[in-house]
Ligand binder design. Sequence first.
Ligand code: GBH
Length: 504
Amino acid sequence: MKRYLIATIICATISTVCCCDVVKLTFPSGFSLGTGSAAYQVEGAWNVSDKGENVWDYYVHNHPEIIADGSNGDVACNSYYKYKEDVALIKSTGFDFYRFSVSWSRVLPTGFANVISEDGLQYYKNLTAELVANGIEPIVTLYHWDHPQVIEEMGGWTNELIVDWFVAYARILFEALGDSVKRWVTINEPDSICGDGYESTRLAPGKIITDIGKYLCGHNVIKAHAKTYRMYEEEFRDRQGGVIGIVLPVSGYLPYNSSYEDAADTAFQFNCGWMAHPLYFGDYPEIMKTRVALVSESQGYPRSRLPEFSDEWKAIINGTNDYLGINHYTSRFVYNDPDEELGIYNSDSGLLMTVDSSWPVATSSWLYVYPEGFGYMLRKVRDEYNNPSTWVMENGYSGADNLEDYDRINYFYEYLKEMLIAVKRDGCNVEGYGVWSILDNFEWADGYTNRFGIIRVEFDDADTNRTTKLSQAWWKKVLSKRKLQSVPTPTTNTNTRTGLPWQK
Ligand code: GBH
């Protein structure tokens, strides 16, 4: 009895003092660990066979000045030809799933469902079959930013007709791949494509439709996602039994100090809530509706720039997310813009954001490292949407062109630790996690200057040779033990950009 009591006291003490001992940094059984890529970033073969031109082909060829190194994805990692090697690398690392995206204009050269490219579709059938043959689960993103240029000529995501064109495209893929693919992503990061593509030149199509472009694009994205979900439900679910979700980029938005809790919530609503709230509850978050209406009025618009859903659309949209896909990289501290007290509205959200000077930064200018923000965000998602099935589809770190990527390993260790605490201690329903990225690849406007891969690609060589980095070896160990591994000691500080010290 006495011994039992002592043991209990020791256990209780350990669990309150050190949650990590209890969490043990093992992955729960059934937890899925994978990696990912996107068609335009890796495939190359931009004009092979009958492939049509997409917005990225058009953008990089006509505006090379927008890409940091003037490069493009014409060849990229050559994965169109090297997919078997990619799959072999994914397998030897030990990943459970591979998330790839389909190039719309490779499958539909005219942009529409009247002509299906046999070669284009065959490539994705081959890739899927290769994954399945190697015991890797294929997860397919229907759209990762590269819609057909012909559709852009008609307004792209700002034209509501894209909704039906998207559904027709999706149907072809469900038909072709749905026997093997059981987890689908409709659209990757609407926030990025809509904000950076229709109100800035950061992403194709690079149209600056000030104040209007982003929300209009987002409105059509939600409709396209929902209609695709309903179509799958009606035509495929019974026989294919897959699940469908959207993938949103969700940063950690933390209050700058305790008086800014509301500001942090508003930031979350403008980011994640913009898309997730309609899919879970049928409409935009209240705070977005109020704020955008207010700022629109102050700007002299006759109505809110945030479009409204009809009741009919609300019913279609509500409940169309089987799981919530999240891409998480970074965090921000949030506070209210003091100008608003003077009646000056600088933004729809009314917020300003900053980072702490102690946060290390990756080679991507926006990627500040703050692992605690990951757990904070996951708990927020748990609380907002009734603890939905959650899949972290992307998490990763851009570094220098370096095979000894200790900084990347450190990033993964710290971020995964936070995720495991959120799952095991706080009950967050995260079921999968994907490393971004399996390969160094074409990093959009940053060209090849920022490398996210755990495997290096030699872009200057026609062979586009792959070489594993230290982080790949680390992942291999993590995957075989299903447990976080300690971080090897770096011989040098590879975080060359700022020289900020790494917190351990
Ligand atoms: C993901 O996007 C993409 O899905 C993937 O294709 C890409 O390779 C990967 O991340 C790495 O970038 O206002 O300065 O804070 C992440 C896109 C880019 C979205 C930075 C938020 C914030 C810019 N993110 N952006 S800033």
